[in-house]
Design a protein around this ligand. Structure first.
Ligand code: AMP
Length: 124
């Protein structure tokens, strides 16, 4: 099934500089910034710069270079935020909501990186 992409979503506006954000990491194909409503001590969102609605869309349509860049961006953010065990942190959780059942609010792929404290049960 082809995916639509609504370029008026809030992350598309952040990427175009129409809405302010405070990036904590940027690469050729990815951007990371704090969640406006943090659910844990550390709560960063990592997004691809390309127009992908959700994880499935990204895997179907993004180039291998964009996909590798995105996964590396997530790991880089975890390292930079002091969360990765490999870099002295105490671990973290990544979540990506995809579609209605997940209650995805913003229709631009994003991974939540949560940590800095015990994150809690997998689902509420
Ligand atoms: P989701 O429910 O997975 O689509 O998550 C969307 C997330 O985007 C929520 O955690 C919101 O708090 C966050 N969010 C919405 N608007 C902004 C914004 N302008 N800057 C940073 N995070 C935002």
């Amino acid at each position: 099934m082809p995916y639509d992409y609504d370029d008026q979503n809030i992350f598309a506006k952040i990427l175009r500089g129409e809405i302010p954000s405070t990036p904590v990491y940027e690469s050729e194909h990815s951007l990371a910034f704090p969640d406006i409503s943090p659910q844990k001590k550390t709560h960063i969102l990592v997004i691809p710069k390309g127009p992908y609605r959700c994880f499935d869309h990204f895997v179907q349509a993004a180039s291998a270079e964009e996909q590798l860049d995105f996964f590396k961006a997530v790991a880089e953010v975890a390292k930079q935020q002091g969360l990765s065990e490999a870099h002295g942190g105490n671990g973290y959780r990544i979540i990506s909501n995809s579609g209605p059942d997940s209650l995805q609010e913003v229709p631009h792929l994003h991974v939540h990186v949560l940590g800095g404290e015990v994150v809690g049960p997998l689902t509420a």
